[in-house]
Design a protein around this ligand. Structure first.
Ligand SMILES: [Zn+2]
Length: 117
């Protein structure tokens, strides 16, 4: 198979990042499941804490949206890894430094381009 390498990262680096992404994915999936259970637990109509409960649910909805957005970024990064287009900036096509990817594994822009947006 003739694979075109779009980045200069080694396969060891990619393995590290893949594991990191999979860990993150598992963590987010668990978090979303827990939020889902809480949101779908009916409110106790006799509870004096109903206002607090409703407020909590608003926070949960927000957290849910955030986790979903993060999860889709993680999935996109995994997709890029599988399809050999991981690690280059989506704007300028330069290789994103591994140091950046290690802390922010689903980055799809280099620091320079990220700062421009
Ligand atoms: Zn760039």
């Amino acid at each position: 198979m003739n694979q075109i390498q779009s980045s200069h990262h080694s396969s060891i680096e990619h393995d590290f990042i893949r594991n990191k992404l999979l860990e993150k994915k598992a963590e987010l999936t668990t978090r979303l499941d827990q939020i889902d259970i809480t949101i779908h637990t009916p409110l106790d109509p006799d509870s004096s804490e109903q206002a607090v409960e409703l407020e909590n649910r608003e926070v949960l909805n927000y957290l849910c949206t955030e986790a979903q957005a993060e999860l889709s970024q993680v999935n996109e990064a995994l997709w890029r890894l599988e399809n050999n287009c991981y690690g280059s900036c989506s704007q300028c096509r330069q290789t994103i430094p591994y140091e950046r990817l290690r802390v922010y594994p689903y980055a799809d822009k280099c620091i320079a381009c990220e700062e421009k947006t």
